[in-house]
Ligand binder design. Structure first.
Ligand code: N01
Length: 887
């Protein structure tokens, strides 16, 4: 839009009445603000948009540095709310330049006649919640105040540039520029000596362009970053074809994907692929030039497991070595301090090759930190660099900076947002804040925002907010506020999600680490775009869960609570199972259920490699039984663990807990012998218990042949296998051996009583149901036998048993009997360690590599077994990971 028109718009607003009264005020005329204005109007709400800049564009208005482009493919980085808009605009490139994106946003503003409600050149100077009026009162530096019912921050996540943090900038006699505030008429760089400080996305896009113009370019790098070639050009025909072939389906897939780009969920994990297959996948991704692709499509564990991630990181390091000629520069450019993807990777055009140019020098600030900026240039510990121009590509006070720095926001009871957020942002869904009624954030901290395709996340947020405001109005409410409970629950869920990915392992602007003194913690929601969307929807379908709604002529409504109490991956697994609408196992008959589970298990990830896996036969109570042996890759002999699988005494076999046995074998450095004990209904009580005892005896007698270390065994089991392990410990105590050094009981069955709270609270919806447990009991054990300690070990004598580690899961019918057993053991003088796994379900620990959040619990189990066996601790883990697994 011409500047003159902008000026006249600003003048109009300044000459208007002293207070402009609207239903909603929006701050920021970028992607989010424009769509908000459109949606608010369509919902019949009056609105004004306040924008500091002189035109629309948001981040694309300010970031005009050379090379600025989007780094999500532009066909994905577009509005999708109006199919006609989609066909009315054609992108010229795979990754559009800043001017083209700015033109697009101008086109959108004009198409929907948005500018008439935008006050350009207007900065908000304060926002205060007026409790009596139930409205926000907004002051600005230009023109009328605004009184609004709803106040919506569409300020963007990366809008407040970070100060330089280097002494002496004011002394510099040359020119200083920030990539995030680049002059509109460009900067003359030709023939000049230019310094660029910073090698994030902005620096990496700008450096190759500046190098082509400048006489000399010196890049000051503090931390090397991973960058991938964009391979820009026309929008790729395959993606365009997919979009144009079925636009609605394409957009819908993006909305439910992990990062807001329609790539499928990867299920293959790195160790299921050969080295050649992994390399082939990587080369395809490298050639694709697509961040969303390489971050999600290589193998399923790349973003959640350090080993799976290292494979990608090493392959990228190899690429850098192949491009950059000078070995010292290669070393400096090679990222070393963070997993790939944990810090925002960059898309580049000739970035690494730029360092082969004779006019480009890289200064490694880790070896020679900047001392100061002087009148003539930059001084490091070792050298002076005289330059004419300094470009700061040093980034932003991300996510909270734009919200907090723009103006003071004062909520209910005079509370300042800056105080409430002093220790880091607290939000409910990243959309609202307790104590700040009717204040909304678009892509705020606590939402997927910067870890997603912003266009998709913005539309979802805007739709949710406007739909809620309209529904509120229609129901007669005027005010909506998140409760403290809901907000605290969201913080817990955020923390749980953060344990899932590797983002916590890097110091980045995602965590606030780039701004000195800023509170630290992973700020964006790491649980994914699709899951987040489903949670927002769930809040609504559960009656605005976590919100207090009020109005002058209507009774207050407060449906308090936490929307997610399950671990994020447990929620996903249970959601998938619910979608499958499987018939209850107990309706299939024993053989039918076995066949079904065999089929079902074929789709699960195979266990990780161990030194050796072998099969054999051992002597059970009434004949031979099969076993599977897992041997560590380390030199033997190893302590031996006798393992009993789960399956309600009816299902499973010696290899049905294969991933768990492999995982525990790797973590403990012990041999696991998984016993194929006899099953009901063919062999009813006490067959399984007696097989457990007999198998343990046999393994003790043959430990040396199996490669085991002489000395006591350990026993372990999950579910009904936990029952058999517990019973075995009682039997060997009473029958004169063999010696057991410790017992690991994972979600064990310990008693025949079904009236404990967990049987009632978790009777349905968490896979193992009350009905299923009844069926198992009926098949295995007649009512008259059920109080026998060989099936209800809680009713047995507990003194003199080996030390125990008892793991129970919050959302498991068996939780309370496991806890009761641990407490009874402790009361009987048995050393006991308990893990009460918050947010987990019965299968959390055995679904290795599906329920990633089960890993810290398995580490604790492994440590316990090592302690029982008298081995030193092996697994080192930051304490917060262990805390997350425990209650
Ligand atoms: O900022 P950054 P950015 N002395 O924070 C260094 C999006 N974006 O503007 O890593 C010396 O990533 C700092 O070093 P270190 C995208 O999401 C998108 O580049 O803190 N160096 C780092 O190298 C991106 O992630 C596009 O050790 C200092 C750099 O400056 C986000 O915006 C394009 C320093 C800052 O990197 C931010 O990117 C551009 C100091 N005092 C940006 N302070 C698209 O393509 C900081 N650094 C869509």
């Amino acid at each position: 839009m011409p500047e003159a028109m902008v000026a006249s718009r600003a003048l109009d607003s300044s000459s208007s009445a002293s207070t402009q009264t609207v239903d909603a005020a929006v701050v920021g005329a970028g992607f989010a603000g424009l769509y908000l204005l459109h949606r608010l109007r369509k919902a019949g709400l009056s609105a004004v948009l306040l924008e500091e800049a002189k035109d629309v564009g948001g981040t694309w208005y300010w970031n005009r540095y050379p090379g600025a482009r989007c780094d999500i493919q532009t066909i994905d980085y577009s509005y999708s709310f109006d199919p006609e808009l989609e066909t009315a605009w054609k992108w010229s490139e795979k990754y559009a330049t800043q001017p083209e994106i700015l033109r697009y946003l101008g086109f959108v503003a004009d198409r929907y006649d948005l500018r008439r409600d935008i006050r350009f050149g207007t900065k908000v100077t304060s926002a205060t919640w007026d409790q009596a009026a139930q409205r926000w009162q907004i002051a600005t530096d230009n023109g009328a105040k605004v009184s609004c019912r709803h106040y919506i921050m569409a300020t963007g996540c990366l809008s407040a540039p970070k100060p330089p943090e280097i002494d002496g900038v004011k002394e510099f006699k040359g020119e200083v520029y920030f990539t995030g505030r680049w002059p509109h008429d460009g900067v003359k760089l030709a023939g000049r000596r230019v310094a660029v400080i910073g090698t994030g996305s902005s620096g990496i896009q700008a450096i190759p362009m500046i190098a082509q113009e400048a006489a000399q370019l010196t890049v000051f790098q503090r931390t090397p970053n991973f960058a991938l070639p964009a391979h820009n050009g026309a929008p790729p025909a395959d993606r365009l074809g997919a979009l144009e072939g079925d636009r609605a389906a394409y957009r819908e897939q993006a909305r439910w994907s992990l990062v807001g780009v329609p790539w499928p969920q990867q299920t293959v994990v790195s160790w299921q692929l050969s080295e050649a297959e992994r390399r082939e996948r990587f080369e395809t991704a490298w050639a694709a030039g697509d961040l969303a692709y390489i971050l999600t499509q290589l193998w399923a564990d790349q973003g959640v497991d350090v080993d799976g991630n290292k494979i990608v990181a090493d392959l990228i390091r190899e690429k850098i070595r192949g491009i950059v000629e000078d070995p010292e520069t290669v070393a400096a450019l090679t990222p070393h301090d963070h997993p790939f993807g944990a810090k925002r990777p960059c898309l580049d055009t000739n970035y690494y090759a730029t360092y082969n140019r004779p006019n480009v020098t890289l200064v490694n600030l880790r070896q020679e930190p900047v001392k100061a900026i002087t009148a003539t240039g930059i001084t490091t510990d070792k050298r002076n660099f005289d330059v004419d121009v300094i470009v700061f590509a040093t980034g932003f006070d991300a996510m909270t900076g734009a919200i907090l720095a723009v103006h003071p926001i004062t909520g209910r009871d005079g509370k300042a947002l800056s105080d409430v957020w002093a220790n880091g942002p607290q939000t409910y869904l990243g959309l609202t804040i307790a104590g700040f009624p009717n204040l909304f954030m678009i892509t705020g901290p606590g939402s997927p925002s910067v870890l997603s395709n912003m266009a998709v996340s913005i539309e979802q947020h805007v739709d949710w907010v406007v739909d809620r405001i309209a529904a509120l109005r229609d129901a007669g409410f005027t005010t909506m506020e998140a409760t403290e409970t809901a907000q605290a629950g969201w913080a817990q869920h955020m923390a749980d999600c953060a344990m899932l990915t590797l983002h916590r392992l890097a110091n980045t602007w995602y965590t606030g680490a780039n701004v000195p003194g800023k509170a630290q913690g992973v700020m964006p929601y790491t649980g994914g775009v699709g899951p987040y969307r489903s949670i927002c929807n769930e809040v609504v379908t559960r009656g605005m869960l976590g919100f207090r709604l009020s109005g002058p002529n209507i009774a207050e409504q407060c449906n308090d609570g936490e929307v997610v109490r399950l671990q994020p991956d447990v929620r996903l697994v249970l959601g998938l199972l619910a979608q499958m609408n499987l018939p209850p196992l107990e309706t299939m008959g024993a053989q039918g259920a076995r066949d079904f589970l065999n089929e079902f298990n074929k789709g699960r990830p195979s266990g990780r490699p161990v030194g050796e896996v072998g099969d054999g036969m051992l002597q059970g109570a009434d004949g031979p039984l099969p076993y599977k042996l897992y041997r560590p890759a380390t030199p033997g002999p190893h302590p031996v663990v006798v393992y009993f699988h789960g399956g309600g005494w009816v299902l499973g076999d010696q290899q049905s807990d294969d991933p768990f046995c492999r995982d525990m074998c790797r973590r403990t450095g012990m041999i696991f012998v998984s016993v194929g004990y006899r099953h009901a209904p063919e062999h009813r009580f006490p067959a399984a218990a007696e097989d457990g005892y007999a198998a343990t005896r046999w393994i003790a007698d043959h430990a040396a042949e199996l490669g085991g270390k002489p000395g006591p065994l350990l026993v372990a089991g999950w579910s009904a296998g936990g029952n058999i392990a517990a019973v075995t410990c009682q039997l060997v105590r009473d029958r004169g051996g063999p010696e057991i050094a410790g017992q690991l009981l994972v979600c064990p069955v310990t008693d025949c009583s079904f009236d404990r709270a967990s049987y009632i609270d978790n009777a349905a919806n968490y896979f193992v149901t009350r009905g299923l447990m009844f069926w198992f009991w009926d098949l295995y054990c007649s009512p008259a036998d059920r109080t026998d300690p060989r099936v209800s070990p809680l009713r047995g004598k507990l003194a003199g048993l080996p030390p125990a580690f008892v793991a129970t899961c919050e959302f498991d019918p068996l939780r309370d009997e496991g806890v009761a057993y641990a407490e009874a053991l402790a009361a009987a003088g048995v050393p006991v360690e308990q893990l009460k796994a918050r947010g987990h379900f019965h299968s959390s620990f055995t679904m290795v590599d599906v329920v990633i959040t089960g890993a810290p619990g398995r580490i604790q189990m492994a440590e316990a077994l090592r302690r029982f066996a008298g081995l030193p601790p092996e697994v080192k883990l930051p304490p917060q990971r262990l805390e997350a697994a425990a209650s």
